[in-house]
Design a protein around this ligand. Structure first.
Ligand code: ZN
Length: 182
């Protein structure tokens, strides 16, 4: 495995649309492993292909419930309920924003073993999915934020305090043999 260089805003690759992966092979799996290592080294909860200069629809996510390596992830359903919360981005260091997102989403993605999986996500997990799939479409949290601000030592301390509170994000990956909806 290798730690990859994370592309920083305003690099053009962050504004381009990533291409679907047609064949899941050893090279794709290796890339996903490198992306995971890169995400953990940077203490992030998600990383998309564009962020390592790769215009392929690849995402890694770990919101504290284990690593997910996703190929061609797609949101197939969104809740009407919108919640606003703070987001940052490994490609936009030093900045955060208040970003409205759907509270729940259902996602379909191919896994490194080639099987298709469905995920019902809410709260932090749903937010991470939306943030990362946005990256694949060249969209940054800056585009959706109601407010963007520079991170200060003070706000970092507040975040640490919040992170100490109980996580309420429920992650429930479901992997039925057939799609749950048509
Ligand atoms: Zn990001």
């Amino acid at each position: 495995m290798a730690i990859l260089e994370i592309v920083k805003h305003p690099d053009d690759v962050l504004r381009r649309k990533a291409e679907p992966v047609r064949k899941v092979n050893a090279a794709i799996r290796r890339t996903l492993d490198d992306m995971a290592e890169t995400m953990y080294a940077a203490h992030g909860v998600g990383l998309a292909g564009n962020q390592v200069g790769l215009l392929r629809r690849l995402v890694v996510i770990d919101v504290g419930d284990g690593l997910l390596q996703l190929i061609n992830p797609e949101i197939v359903r969104r809740s009407d309920e919108i919640v606003e919360d703070t987001e940052g981005c490994l490609s936009i260091p030093g900045w955060q924003g208040d970003v409205p997102r759907n509270r729940q989403v259902q996602m379909r993605a191919t896994l490194p073993n080639g099987r298709v999986a469905w995920f019902d996500a809410e709260d932090l997990f749903a937010r991470a999915i939306q943030h990362e799939i946005d990256h694949l479409d060249g969209v940054l949290f800056l585009d959706r934020a109601s407010k963007v601000y520079e991170v200060t030592a003070e706000s970092k301390a507040e975040d640490a305090e919040e992170a100490g509170q109980a996580e309420d994000a429920e992650v429930s990956p479901v992997m039925p043999a057939a799609p749950r909806e048509g």
